[in-house]
Design a binder for this molecule. Structure first.
Ligand SMILES: *[C@@H]1O[C@H](CO)[C@@H](O)[C@H](O)[C@H]1NC(C)=O
Length: 494
C-alpha cells in the first residue's frame, strides 16, 4: 500500500466446451425446412477450420457495460498461445471434467434436498464448482486505476504518470460459485500455477487493502469459505474447495476492479490466491464468480447494476461478451422464464424446462418429467435431462438421423454418435428447448451435435437436478435478472 505504483487486475472470461458453426438451409421442400437444418459436415467439427473470431452480433443489452468473453481453447482464445496444442480439444477429457463438476453440484443439492411444492429442489448449502479448463473466460482489471480497461493502454499511462498501470487478468467465468479470486504475489510454483498474464502484485497497488479478520466481510465467508485469520497480520483468510478436487486459498482483500470504462467496482472483494490445488490449466489468472450467493461479483454490484448480468457464450469461431446490468431498453427481444432460487443456497440458478420439440414434434413425456428443474450454468458443457426425457429425445433424434447409418462408438457419456466422414453435409433435425413461461432456445446444429455426438446426456436418476449446458446456450444472450426473478434469452447475439 505504501508503494506509489498503481496496479490493476484485469479479468477475462472463459467458457466450457467446444463448438461449431452456423446453419444454412439446404435444399428440400418447405415442410422439410421447418423440421431440419442442412449444414456442411465441416461446420460440425468442434474447432471449425474457418474461424474468423469476429465479434458479437448485437449490442449487449446494457450498452457499453461489457467485456469480451471467449472459449478457452481454439482459435479465438485469449490465452491460447501455442495454437497447435490448444486447437486440439480432448472432448473425452472435457466431458470427464463436466461430469465431475455437475455431479458435485448435484451432490450438494441432494444432500440437503427435499422436494417442496412444485417439485423445486431445496438447496440447503451453497457450493463452488468450476470446470475451469473448458469454461469461457473474460478479462478485466483490479487495482488502483484511472479507467484503464486494456493492457495496451499500459504504456501510455506509465509514461504520463509514472505509475505502474493495471494488470490485465484473464479469468474463468463461473455462475455456480461465489468467491472471485486471482493469483497474487508472492505465488511460487508449484503452489501456484503458471498463468499467461503478469501476476497481480498487491504491493504495487495504492488501492489494495487486506480485509481485517473481525470485519463483516470476513465473517460473511462463514464456514464454507472462511479459513481463519493470520495471527501476525490480522488478515482474513479464505479457501474455496471446488468439487472436482481443485482448490484455492489465500488472503481476502479489496481493490478496484475495472472491467470496462463503464464498469469500475471500487473496493471489490476477492481472494488473493497464494496457493491452488489441482491443475488449473489454460494459464488463466483465476475465477470470476457470478453465483447468486454472498461475495460474488453479482452480489457486490447488485446496487449499481440492478442485480442482473448477461453473457453470450460464443462458438469457438467467434467472440462473445459478459455484461453487467439488465437491458437498458425494454424493447430488446428477450423471452423469459422464471428463475428459481432457494434462500438457503442462493448460489445456483435453477430454471424449469417444460417441453422439447424435435423435428417439429413435441416429445411425449409425462408432465412431471421435468419437475426437478435444471441448473443454468456457464460451466456445464452438455445439457443433462431426466432419464425418461433423454430417452425420448434420443429416440426421436436417432430416428431423424437414421440415414447416417449405424451408431459410432460412444464418447464418454454421449451415447448417440455418428461417423460423418463420408457425408459432405448433414441434415440435422431442429431441436427446441421450451422453458416454463414459453422462453425457447432454438438450437443451431452446432448446439445439438458435439464432436459427432448428440450433445445431451441423462442425469443419474429421475430425481436428479438437470443442467442447461453451455453448448446449448451458445449464440444466445442469456440474461440472469436475479432481481426480477427471471432468466431471459435473446437469439443471435454472438
Ligand atoms: C448499465 O450500465 C451502467 C454503466 O454503464 C449502469 O450505471 C447501469 O445501472 C446499468 N443499467 C442497468 C439497467 O443495469
Amino acid at each position: 500500500m505504501k508503494a506509489s505504483a498503481w496496479q490493476s487486475l484485469l479479468l477475462l472470461i472463459i467458457l466450457s466446451s467446444s463448438c461449431c458453426l452456423s446453419a444454412n438451409a439446404g435444399a428440400g421442400d418447405h415442410h422439410e425446412l421447418q423440421r431440419f437444418m442442412v449444414v456442411p459436415t465441416s461446420s460440425l467439427k468442434h474447432i471449425p477450420e474457418d474461424a474468423t473470431c469476429s465479434g458479437h452480433k448485437v449490442i449487449p443489452s446494457n450498452g457499453t457495460a461489457w467485456v469480451p468473453m471467449n472459449r478457452p481453447h481454439g482459435p479465438c482464445s485469449s490465452t491460447s498461445s501455442r495454437a497447435s496444442e490448444d486447437m486440439g480439444i480432448d472432448v473425452d477429457d472435457m466431458l470427464m471434467w463436466d461430469q465431475l463438476r455437475t455431479s458435485y453440484i448435484r451432490t450438494q443439492l441432494s444432500t440437503h434436498v427435499g422436494v417442496v411444492g412444485g417439485g423445486m429442489p431445496v438447496i440447503a448449502r451453497s457450493t463452488t464448482v468450476s470446470n475451469r479448463d473448458y469454461t469461457p473466460s473474460s478479462t478485466a482489471s483490479v487495482g488502483t486505476n484511472s479507467g484503464t480497461s486494456k493492457t495496451i493502454e499500459k504504456s501510455d499511462q506509465t509514461a504520463t504518470n509514472e505509475h505502474q498501470d493495471a494488470v490485465s487478468q484473464t479469468v474463468v467465468v463461473d455462475t455456480s460459485s461465489d468467491i472471485p479470486w486471482v493469483q497474487c504475489l508472492p505465488c511460487p510454483i508449484p503452489q501456484c500455477h503458471l498463468q499467461k498474464d503478469p501476476l497481480y502484485d498487491p504491493a504495487k497497488s495504492s488501492t489494495f487493502a487486506p480485509i481485517p479478520c473481525g470485519s463483516p466481510a470476513c465473517k460473511e465467508l462463514g464456514s464454507s469459505y472462511g479459513n481463519g485469520c493470520s495471527p501476525t497480520t490480522d488478515e482474513c483468510k479464505y479457501i474455496v474447495n471446488y468439487g472436482d478436487g481443485k482448490a484455492t486459498t489465500g488472503t481476502y482483500v479489496t481493490d478496484t476492479l475495472t472491467m470496462s470504462p463503464t464498469i469500475v467496482v471500487k473496493d471489490f472483494r476477492f481472494g488473493c490466491s497464494h496457493a491452488v490445488r489441482g491443475s488449473f490449466s489454460n494459464q488463466n489468472a483465476g475465477i470470476l464468480a457470478l453465483g447468486g450467493g454472498r461475495g460474488s461479483l453479482l452480489e457486490q454490484t447488485a446496487d449499481a447494476y440492478g442485480n442482473a448480468f448477461s453473457y453470450c457464450i460464443p462458438k469457438p469461431s467467434s467472440a462473445g461478451f459478459l455484461s453487467l446490468g439488465g437491458p437498458v431498453e425494454a424493447s430488446l427481444k428477450f423471452s423469459y422464464t422464471p428463475l428459481i432460487k432457494n434462500k438457503h443456497a442462493p448460489t445456483f440458478y435453477i430454471v424449469h424446462l417444460e417441453a422439447i420439440i424435435v423435428a417439429g414434434k413435441q416429445l411425449v413425456v409425462p408432465p412431471t418429467a421435468f419437475a426437478t428443474g435444471a441448473v443454468m450454468d456457464s460451466g456445464a458443457v452438455v445439457t443433462q435431462l431426466p432419464p425418461q426425457v433423454y430417452a425420448a429425445l434420443r429416440a426421436a433424434f436417432r430416428s431423424a438421423m437414421a440415414a447416417y447409418g449405424p451408431l459410432a462408438a460412444p464418447v464418454r457419456n454421449l451415447d448417440t454418435c455418428y461417423d460423418f466422414t463420408h457425408f459432405p453435409e448433414v441434415k440435422v433435425p431442429k431441436v427446441s428447448l421450451v422453458f416454463a413461461g414459453g422462453a425457447t432456445l432454438d438450437l443451431e446444429p452446432a448446439s445439438i451435435i458435439l464432436d459427432g455426438c448428440l450433445a445431451f446426456a441423462a442425469t443419474p436418476s429421475e430425481e436428479s437436478v438437470g443442467f442447461i449446458g453451455n453448448v446449448q446456450q451458445q449464440t444466445y444472450e442469456v440474461l440472469y435478472d436475479v432481481g426480477g426473478g427471471k432468466v431471459g434469452f435473446r437469439r443471435g447475439a454472438c
